[in-house]
Design a protein around this ligand. Structure first.
Ligand SMILES: Cc1cc2nc3c(=O)[nH]c(=O)nc-3n(C[C@H](O)[C@H](O)[C@H](O)COP(=O)(O)O)c2cc1C
Length: 131
């Protein structure tokens, strides 16, 4: 909770926003179109946020990818003067004062099913036998 309140004392905070999409339309086709655009924007923002974290790490900086501040988004938006945008991520950046150990990897989250064998396969990849 302390980290949430002071963002680790980070000297730089990056706020990631997407446009607002009015998803309440009565028209199903219009709702689907905006929902698709909103999902795309959200995925782009998430990829951006992760790339920022990876690049910062490569440069020796620590980050924390945070979505929790969504719950106080009105205060955040007001503090930085942003209107008509949806806050999706907050990324404090700074030099880490600790190097916590990596948590244990979760088993069986990714299933490798191999490459499809195809005469058009430019890599000449062959299927991988799964257990
Ligand atoms: C989408 C997303 C949202 C997160 N939001 C928060 C958050 O609000 N507060 C927080 O302390 N950590 C949050 N985390 C977790 C930290 O970013 C986490 O320490 C980081 O993802 C490293 O993952 P690891 O602990 O599994 O190595 C979030 C992670 C993700 C992927």
């Amino acid at each position: 909770m302390r980290f949430f309140s002071n963002l680790g004392g980070a000297p730089v905070i990056i706020l990631v926003y997407i446009p607002q999409f009015p998803l309440g339309s009565q028209d199903q086709a219009e709702r689907d179109r905006l929902d698709f655009k909103c999902t795309g924007a959200m995925q782009s923002a998430a990829a951006l946020a992760q790339n920022i974290c990876l690049l910062a790490y490569e440069r020796g900086l620590g980050t924390c990818y945070m979505t929790g501040p969504y719950f106080v988004r009105q205060a955040v938006n007001q503090a930085v003067g942003v209107t008509e945008r949806e806050l999706v991520a907050v990324i404090p950046i700074g030099y880490s004062d600790q190097q916590p150990p990596a948590p244990p990897r979760k088993e069986n989250v990714i299933q490798w099913i191999g490459f499809a064998q195809s005469s058009h396969d430019p890599l000449g990849a062959v299927p991988v036998q799964m257990d």
